[in-house]
Design a protein around this ligand. Structure first.
Ligand SMILES: Cc1ncc(COP(=O)(O)O)c(C=O)c1O
Length: 458
């Protein structure tokens, strides 16, 4: 490096934000500078601390947080009851013994199934991606079939069996799919063998005909879907859609999997399946089940999950993991679910009320300022779509939502201390730690931001 370029980079690092400096420092050792490249934002903001509804960046700036770490923090960050339980577990000398059963995993399984009574058995994993990939393995073992239907615009984790077709452009999709059609396969990662891609079939959400067409064409083992599309905001199922899927699964003998990694314990204690009154064969959970500690669950019908111990080795499904049901996240999950299910706390009613106040305030602001927007809420999850209609599927979303306005809106909120993930359509999540004052302050900032965007002709 020349002395001139050394001097230039020294000067720029002196003026770069501490977040940017930290990113550059980490990049020396970690590709992209962070452990999940999905967390990358521009400009980079590195956070140093979080408590309740708030986060602080490395420069000490405080934010009211609605990102919630991609949704887990339903009780708020660093919940004191969850923390106390974890500290007590460590002091008791709980360990991941790696041999035999533990009392805690059984107690968590019992409580989990009490919260989600539609499910009969449960297994614990470390991430939503693991649980969802395992659901497909179980479905294939059970049905003896290989093909899988997924939703365009859905996300079900980072594994080969699901990592396709989340945020594709009109060009990538090559135009509107014909009724009952299959979208082209757009892998989210290099490195998925073609043979695996050939088994995956992305269809439009809210389109029963498309599912039936795939079932008639391929030997479908499973349909895996978020019951509400929540990785592209909040797109709820049309009336009768989930019931229709249940009927098709029964008629054609495929396994219906609800990926409730995002909706689970956030839509309601019993998951979105409780809200919808439709019971899948399998469902996966993560995120809010331990308020941010790394644990996930695959739950479902006994005949499916008992394949883990099937006497026939040709039907037996491998369930193994050094850290499965590790005592720290198990303890965190127990504390979290106890709190969420405590009738004296009425947390879901509180979450509903706070989120409703927020979204109705947002609707008033957009309407008063003349901004065409649709604010959609499911429980404590919410999003603002900037367009003339709330999308019912991915195609409607990419052709109606003003992504550029959304990006500017989010950036302006962040600059004024309201943290939403700065990528268009990412869901906002209210936690039990958000107070009425936080919501009122948030609405004040949204009002200022929208007014300023309108004044600047955005
Ligand atoms: C619906 C859904 N399924 C699965 C996953 C994967 O979970 P994890 O990131 O814990 O592997 C996510 C993560 O965002 C998700 O939103």
């Amino acid at each position: 490096m020349s002395s001139l370029s050394t001097a230039t980079s020294a000067a720029s690092s002196a003026t770069a934000s501490r977040s940017q400096q930290l990113l550059e420092r980490n990049k020396q050792w970690i590709p992209g500078g962070m452990a999940s490249v999905n967390r990358a934002t521009s400009p980079a903001i590195a956070f140093a601390k979080a408590s309740g509804a708030y986060m602080w960046d490395v420069d000490g700036k405080k934010y009211i947080d609605y990102h919630a770490g991609f949704a887990p923090y339903i009780l708020g960050h660093s919940d004191p009851d969850v923390n106390a339980a974890v500290v007590a577990a460590m002091e008791q000398g709980l360990s991941n013994y790696g041999s035999g059963p533990t009392e805690q995993e059984g107690t968590l399984a019992e409580l989990f199934l009490k919260c989600v009574p539609t499910m009969e058995r449960v297994q614990f994993y470390n991430s939503g991606s693991e649980a969802t990939a395992q659901s497909i393995r179980v479905a294939r073992a059970f049905t003896g079939r290989d093909h899988v239907i997924l939703m365009q615009g859905g996300y079900n984790g980072n594994q080969n069996v699901v990592a396709i077709n989340l945020m594709d452009s009109v060009e990538a999709l090559g135009g509107k799919p014909v009724v009952g059609g299959e979208y082209p396969k757009c892998p989210m990662t290099a490195g998925i063998p073609q043979a695996e891609l050939d088994l995956l079939h992305p269809v439009e959400y809210n389109d029963l005909e498309a599912v039936e067409a795939m079932v008639k064409k391929y030997a479908i083992a499973a349909l895996v879907m978020e019951p509400v599309l929540q990785n592209v905001g909040v797109i709820p199922p049309a009336p009768g859609y989930l019931e229709g899927l249940r009927q098709l699964a029964d008629q054609y003998g495929f396994v219906l999997v609800f990926d409730e990694v995002k909706t689970g314990f956030r839509a309601s204690l019993g998951g979105y399946q409780e809200v919808a009154g439709v019971t899948p064969d399998l469902s996966t959970f993560g995120k809010a089940m331990a308020n941010g500690y790394p644990i996930a669950a695959l739950a479902g019908k006994a005949e499916l999950l008992e394949l883990a111990v099937d006497p026939d080795p040709n039907r037996r499904v491998l369930v193994a993991g050094t850290y499965n049901a590790h005592p720290i996240p198990v303890t965190a999950s127990l504390a979290c679910l106890k709190k969420l299910s405590d009738p004296s706390l009425q947390l879901y009613a509180q979450l509903d009320q706070q989120t409703e106040t927020l979204v109705s305030g947002m609707r008033d602001i957009f309407s008063r300022q003349g901004v065409e927007a649709q604010v959609v809420r499911q429980g404590s999850a919410h999003v603002a779509y900037f367009g003339s209609q709330a999308p019912t599927n991915w195609w409607e979303l990419i052709t109606s939502h003003d992504f550029a306005f959304d990006a500017k809106y989010r950036q302006a909120l962040i600059e004024r201390g309201i943290y939403h993930f700065p990528k268009p359509t990412k869901q906002g999540s209210v936690s039990a730690a958000h107070t009425s004052t936080d919501i009122a302050n948030t609405l004040d900032v949204i009002d200022q931001v929208v007014q300023s965007l309108v004044e600047h002709g955005e």
